[in-house]
Design a protein around this ligand. Structure first.
Ligand code: DGY
Length: 315
């Protein structure tokens, strides 16, 4: 009987593909991260590992898992927590969850865009803390979303889903990606896009080239009324530079769901004006998280059967 190690509690129904395929499921009580040594020991005794983005599946875990371990299935579309190159050297497949979280994540990106533009976190906090003294014409003035220009950076499925939402708000949409998309609004050079837009929404995966993509120099290219939204990966933005840009008015606002060193949030960012900060909940709806878990599980079952699943990550 194949065995699968599932590192965390997953939404109900998420492990159905393993149950249907008759797997023995190895899981611990509780939902704490596995210490690295325990993860290595457990990986050696299973055919598949199902993990989440906070599990570091590095070369040590993969080497410990080989030769029995056949597949690592990450319950996330991003897989920067998995050493895909070493996995591929060892013949261990990696699966992720593309496609099933696009609309849910785009909803949240748009929520952050609206909330940062209209300063809703600050305004609600004021009300809840009893500081609201009534309507004041100059309170919590934000920037308009309708009719503004959005720059989508990374024009994959989620970026395109955000662009669709923007057109409903009468926004003009520009986008930047490494390769020409052939879609109107493509801007080859990110440095040229930034001064032209009122909002930037980031949708690039994290890899060496995108680490620190939005740094102090690039933030300085943006309009003082601009808003940055990040639902991709924290290290794509230089957090300290972003906090400084908000403090000194280089840009207007930011809506963030992801951080450089989660769950640590840069203290300057916590104190920065016009920042809406959420705890990595982009894909957090019951239906989407369940589907993500099932897709990861389906991929793992297919690999162990010797099949090539559609959600295989290619190194
Ligand atoms: C992902 O899938 O990569 C998100 O960050 C979590 O849903």
């Amino acid at each position: 009987m194949p065995r699968v190690l599932v590192t965390r509690r997953l939404p109900e129904g998420g492990l159905d593909p393993f149950v249907a395929a008759g797997y023995e499921i190895v899981q611990r009580d509780g939902d704490e991260p596995w210490p690295a040594a325990d993860l290595c020991a457990a990986a050696a005794e299973v055919d598949a590992v199902v993990c989440v983005l906070t599990d570091r599946i590095d070369a040590d875990v993969l080497r410990a898992g080989a030769p029995r371990l056949k597949v690592v299935a990450n319950v996330a579309v991003g897989y920067d927590n998995v050493d895909v190159a070493t996995a591929s050297e060892l013949g261990i497949a990696v699966c992720n969850t593309p496609g099933v979280l696009d609309e849910t994540t785009a909803d949240l990106a748009f929520l952050l865009l609206l909330a940062a533009a209209r300063r809703t976190s600050d305004a609600e906090a004021d009300l809840r803390q009893g500081r609201w003294t009534g309507f004041h014409i100059g309170d919590f003035l934000g920037v308009d979303v309708h009719g503004a220009t959005l720059g989508v950076v990374g024009y994959g499925r989620i970026g395109q889903a955000v662009a669709r939402r923007a057109s409903g708000f009468g926004m003009e949409v520009l986008h930047h990606s490494r390769h020409d998309t052939g879609v109107p609004g493509w801007v080859a050079d990110l440095d040229e896009l930034l001064p032209r837009v009122d909002f930037v929404s980031l949708h690039v995966p994290l890899y060496d080239e995108t680490r620190g993509l939005l740094d102090a120099r690039r933030l300085a290219l943006m309009k003082p009324s601009a808003v940055v939204v990040n639902t991709a990966r924290g290290p794509v933005v230089d957090e300290e530079a972003l906090a400084v840009a908000l403090e000194d008015g280089t840009i207007f606002g930011a809506g963030l769901d992801v951080y450089e060193r989660e769950p640590h949030v840069h203290p300057r960012l916590l104190a920065a004006p016009h920042a809406v900060l959420l705890p990595h909940i982009g894909s957090a709806t019951e239906a989407t998280r369940r589907r993500m878990a099932q897709l990861a599980a389906e991929g793992a079952v297919a690999v162990v059967r010797g099949e090539r699943p559609p959600n295989l990550v290619v190194a």
